[in-house]
Design a protein around this ligand. Structure first.
Ligand code: G4P
Length: 524
């Protein structure tokens, strides 16, 4: 039963946040506890080093942002932690959503002064779609922020999830004294420090000892707050967290490494080990003896000396073993992988085996597409990798008639990687690329030129949304396509897509064609 105990000790999760809320700082502190880095600041300085020495994507250098997703693994207190890093830039949000299909839980970081922000909402929506358990970390308590009870109300109202504080701040900003760890009944006193973990004292909050530590008025306030919390919020129940009905909330300051250890200690205990995963055919249990996995992410050219990509495979069940032939279900072909990699902080090492919950990197020369399934022979198709309607659209035009083939191949492979979405207008046959941000158009153009020797230019098209359409009523669908013939396209899988040029037009279409379903994500 080694396999099952290996699987049960795995915690595979992502830290997500609206940019600037403190995701990088929190990740870095977790790595510090995991012994993966020795000093704070290493993650940031790594970012700088990487951009200074690698030329694989100049855009990254120019913009000073990290656009790739990587995995960080470490052992902590007997648990195997797999943190799936996600790009911080909003233009790469789609990458983040895709990564969320490979995690078993999520930590959402919120800036205590700003509360719920636009990207937080979207990320939570994705978690909700997949019933992913979330823990919320309210960060930057060392700064003046909002009233914690107001923040909890906002979380409940906007993120549409019940919350349950498991730690509670004692004042904030310059007067921040620390947090009371409700989960462990301990008082954690705050000392601003980026390296040192702060002092923890066990006090009975009903005694005068508490007053000695934080002063009488704050002690009284804390007692009242805690009473209110016990009265208003449901008792913490690990099942309601794991079934994504309730989100435990922690307060702290990632930059000062405060409240992070408490979060981590609680996280490893309550966060789910790998969960069963749905496929089209059946539900796959992680403890099944046979290996299954799916590709959730493909990144290009991590190593500038090799132009090949890495496909990230989430092991969903059993044990993955190096050099064993596995079935690539889409090709119906056996393939063996001689150099699968795992990731230790930012380093890569070859692995001989991996268990459900782990992520393995497979060298990819264009054999993989997002969503591809690997098994020991069973015909399975993992699901739950939806594409959302892009927010920006442009026509892509070839600028070198001699390189038509290269361009087509490049576009095809970039779409396989999930960099953007391609629609073909059924009226004029022109190709439209849809993205979530302007930056992606630059990335695509750059990569087409550098990797495929193909040049393209963008032409504007004014569109509001692309929605997938379907109907049981073929006549109505045909009538719709006829009426909107200039705005009907096909996606890469040949499905019908309506390209609405305004919200008004979309609403009118929905009103006029009641038997047609308009979907805003490709999974329906
Ligand atoms: P992100 O990955 O979510 O985008 O956030 P990141 O950790 O990079 O943090 C964004 C900014 O917020 C950084 O400041 C960081 O130092 C600051 N920050 C993070 N956690 C805390 C905290 O607990 N308290 C306070 N006061 N600040 C925090 P910056 O000025 O953008 O960068 P830097 O010069 O500090 O590196």
């Amino acid at each position: 039963m080694i396999q099952n105990s290996e699987i049960q000790r795995r915690r595979t999760f992502a830290i997500v946040a609206h940019p600037d809320a403190g995701k990088t700082s929190l990740t870095e502190k977790l790595l510090l506890f995991g012994g993966q880095i020795q000093v704070a600041g290493a993650v940031k300085s790594h970012k700088i080093r990487k951009t200074a020495t690698s030329d694989w994507m100049d855009i990254e250098k120019q913009r000073g942002i990290s656009v790739t997703t990587s995995v960080m693994e470490f052992d902590y207190a007997g648990y195997k932690i797999n943190i799936l890093d996600t790009p911080g830039h909003k233009d790469f949000a789609e990458d983040t959503y895709r990564t969320l299909t490979a995690v078993d839980s999520v930590i959402i970081v919120i800036d205590g002064a700003k509360g719920v922000e636009a990207q937080t909402l979207k990320l939570m929506e994705v978690c909700r779609m997949r019933n992913t358990p979330v823990i919320i970390f309210i960060n930057k308590m060392d700064r003046e922020g909002r009233d914690p009870f107001d923040l909890l109300d906002e979380l409940e109202n906007q993120l549409l999830i019940q919350v349950r504080p498991l730690s509670w701040p004692i004042d904030q900003g310059a007067r921040f004294k620390g947090v009371y760890n409700i989960y462990e009944n301990k008082l954690d006193l705050y000392q601003p420090s980026k390296q040192v973990v702060t002092e923890k004292v066990e006090v009975d909050i009903h005694t005068e000892e508490l007053d000695k530590h934080i002063g009488k008025s704050l002690a009284d306030k804390l007692r009242n707050d805690l009473e209110l919390i016990e009265g208003v919020y449901p008792k913490f129940d690990v099942n309601s967290y794991q079934s994504a009905e309730c989100a435990p909330v922690f307060f702290g300051s990632a930059l000062n490494n405060f409240g992070v250890e408490e979060l981590l200690n609680c996280f490893v205990k309550i966060a789910p080990s790998p969960r069963p995963v749905k496929t089209v055919e059946r539900i796959v249990d992680p403890e099944e003896p046979k290996f299954t996995g799916f590709i959730f992410k493909i990144t290009a050219n991590i190593d500038p000396n090799h132009r090949s990509c890495i496909a990230f495979c989430k092991v969903c069940s059993g044990r993955f073993v190096r050099n064993i032939p596995y079935l690539h279900v889409r090709y119906n072909k056996l393939m063996r992988f001689s150099s699968p990699t795992q990731f230790m902080a930012q380093r890569k090492t070859t692995v001989d085996e991996a268990y459900a919950g782990d992520i393995v990197g497979l060298p990819d020369n264009g054999i993989f597409k997002i969503g591809d399934t690997l098994t020991e022979g069973e015909e399975l198709h993992f699901r739950g990798l939806p594409s959302f309607s892009p927010e920006m659209f442009k026509y892509i035009e070839n600028t070198d008639p001699m390189k038509q083939k290269q361009l087509a191949k490049g576009i095809d492979q970039l779409m396989d990687e999930g960099v953007a979405q391609l629609f073909t207008n059924q009226f004029n046959g022109r190709k439209i690329i849809g993205t979530v941000g302007q930056l992606q158009f630059e990335v695509i153009q750059y990569r087409l030129l550098n990797e495929y020797n193909a040049s393209c230019r963008w032409e504007p098209i004014s569109l509001y949304k692309a929605c997938w359409i379907e109907s049981d009523d073929k006549e109505e669908l045909d009538a719709f396509k006829k009426r909107k013939y200039q705005y009907v396209a096909k996606d890469r899988d040949g499905r019908d897509v309506f390209l609405a040029d305004s919200n008004y037009v979309l609403q009118m279409a929905q009103n006029d064609f009641k038997k047609i379903k308009f979907h805003f994500s490709s999974e329906f």
